[in-house]
Design a protein. Structure first.
Length: 131
C-alpha cells in the first residue's frame, strides 16, 4: 500500500509552502534519498541539487521548530534567515512574524529586508525595471 502524498510540502531552500500537484506539473518535485521535496521555483530546485546536505538540515530544523502557544512559530535563526532570503514568502505564511522583524529592523534604523528570491519577488523586480 502506497502512502498518501501530502497536498503541500515546505520548500527546503526558502521555506515556502508549495502545492505538490502544481510543483509536479511544473517539474519541481525531486526524490532524494527516499524523500520527496517540492520547490516553489526552479532556482530553489537548482540550489537544492547543487547542495542538498545544507538544505536537508534546514528542512529538518524547520520541521522541528518550536511553536508558540498560539500556533505561531517562534522567531529563531531559521525564521530570521527566511526573512533575509525571501521576506515576501515569509509574509505570505506568517505576516505577523514579518511585521515583527520589520519592526526590529526599523527600531535599529535599518530598512526592511528585500522581497527575496521567489517568483513573486522576481516578477515585482521585473515590473520595477520595466517602468
Amino acid at each position: 500500500m502506497q502512502a498518501e502524498r501530502p497536498e503541500k510540502l515546505i520548500d527546503p531552500v526558502c521555506g515556502m509552502s508549495v502545492d505538490v500537484a502544481a510543483a509536479e506539473t511544473a517539474g519541481r518535485l525531486l526524490e532524494h534519498e527516499g524523500r520527496t521535496y517540492a520547490f516553489c521555483r526552479d532556482g530553489c530546485k537548482r540550489a537544492f541539487v547543487e547542495g542538498p546536505a545544507e538544505y536537508i538540515v534546514q528542512a529538518e530544523s524547520a520541521a522541528s521548530a518550536p511553536v508558540a502557544a498560539a500556533g505561531t512559530p517562534v522567531i529563531d535563526e531559521g525564521m530570521r534567515r527566511w526573512y533575509e532570503s525571501c521576506s515576501c514568502c515569509l509574509s505570505d505564511a506568517y505576516p505577523e512574524i514579518k511585521a515583527q522583524l520589520d519592526a526590529e529592523r526599523a527600531a535599529a534604523a535599518q530598512p526592511p529586508a528585500d522581497t527575496g528570491i521567489c517568483e513573486v519577488a522576481e516578477a515585482a523586480e521585473a515590473t520595477v525595471i520595466a517602468n
